[in-house]
Design a protein around this ligand. Sequence first.
Ligand SMILES: Nc1ncnc2c1ncn2[C@@H]1O[C@H](COP(=O)(O)OP(=O)(O)OP(=O)(O)O)[C@@H](O)[C@H]1O
Length: 337
Amino acid sequence: MKPILHGQQLRIGYGSQTVAGPFDVSLQAGELVGLLGRNGSGKSTLLRTLAGLQDAVGGTIYLGDQPLDELSAQELATHLSVVLTNPPPTGPLSVRELVALGRYPYTGWLGRLSAEDHRHVQQALELTGTERWAKLPVDQLSDGERQKVMIARAVAQDTPLVLLDEPTAHLDLINRVEIMRLLRRLAHETHKAMFLSCHELDLALQTCDRLALLLPDGSLHVDAPEALILNGTFERAFVADAHHIEFDRQRGTFNVRETTGQRIRITGEATTVYWTRKALERIGFQINNEARGIPEVQCDSWLHWTLRNPDGTTEEFAELQKLLSHLQPDRHEKRNT
Ligand SMILES: Nc1ncnc2c1ncn2[C@@H]1O[C@H](COP(=O)(O)OP(=O)(O)OP(=O)(O)O)[C@@H](O)[C@H]1O
C-alpha cells in the first residue's frame, strides 16, 4: 500500500544543527502511530517538520507523490491537519465555531461555509462525541473536553493525515485513555493516518498500531509495539544510561530499582506474589527463586504471608507492611530514633 507520508533520509533540527536522523519514516492510512522518546529526543521537532512548520535539515518528505516543500500552505492544509499543545483561541468562540475553523482550506477568502462544510463540521462533532457541547463557549470546557474539540477541528479539516503533539498532556487517566481510544477509532473508521507524540508508554503500548521510537543516538525505529519490546529497542530508547530504572520485558513496565544486594525467594498465589514482589523490590530486595539458603516469602493466600528463614524457623504476617518492616529493621529503627 502506498504510504500517505514518506520521509526519506530525513534529518531534523534547527539551522544546520541536526537533532535526529538520518532516518526513513512512512505512515499508512488507517493506522495510529505513537511517537515516543525521552525529553529532548526530537519528537516535537519531527512533528513540526512533518507538518511543514519548519524545514528539515536534510532529506525529503513526500505526501503521496508530492514533495512537501513544493506544496502551498493552502494545498498542505488539505493533506494534513495539526493538533498542537498551545491553547486554542479563546474568547467568545463556541465549540461548533472552533470546529468550523477546520474548514478554512476549503472556504473562500470570506470564510463562508457551504452546505458541504456544515456537513463536515456536523460529522466531526458526531464522530468525536463533542456534539453535546456544540453551543458552549470553548473556554467553559475542561482540558479533556477541549482536547476532544481540537481533535474534532482536525477531523473537520478532512485530511488523510493528522499530526498531534502530546494530545494527552495534562489529562487524568480516564481522559488519557478516552483520547487514545478516540484517536484509534478515528484512524480505523475514517481511514486516516494518525501520528501522535506522547509520554505515556503504557497507554501507547496498549493502543497504538505501531510505535516510532526516537533513540538518544538520533535513530528512529518504527514497528509493532511488542516487536520493539522483544528486540530490546524499548530499553535502548529509555533506560540505556539510567542506573535506577529497569525495564521488565515480560510485563512491558519500567521498575525503579534501589537494590541493597539482599536476596529473597517468593512463592505462592499469583496476584499476591506480583504485589509482594513489587514491594520487596521497592525496598531493595532482589528476587531469586533459584537460590538456596536465603529467606523465602510464601504468599499463602490473600493477606497472609509466611516468612521462612534460612535456619528453618517461620514467622507469620497478616499485613504486608509488617512483613516489610520486619525485613528492613534498620530503616524501622532509624525512623524510631
Ligand atoms: N527553536 C529551537 N532552536 C534550537 N534548538 C531547539 C529549538 N527547539 C528545540 N530545540 C532543541 O531540539 C532538541 C529536541 O527538542 P524537542 O522539543 O523536539 O524534543 P521533544 O522530544 O519534543 O522533548 P519533550 O519530550 O521534552 O517535549 C532539544 O535538544 C531542544 O533543546
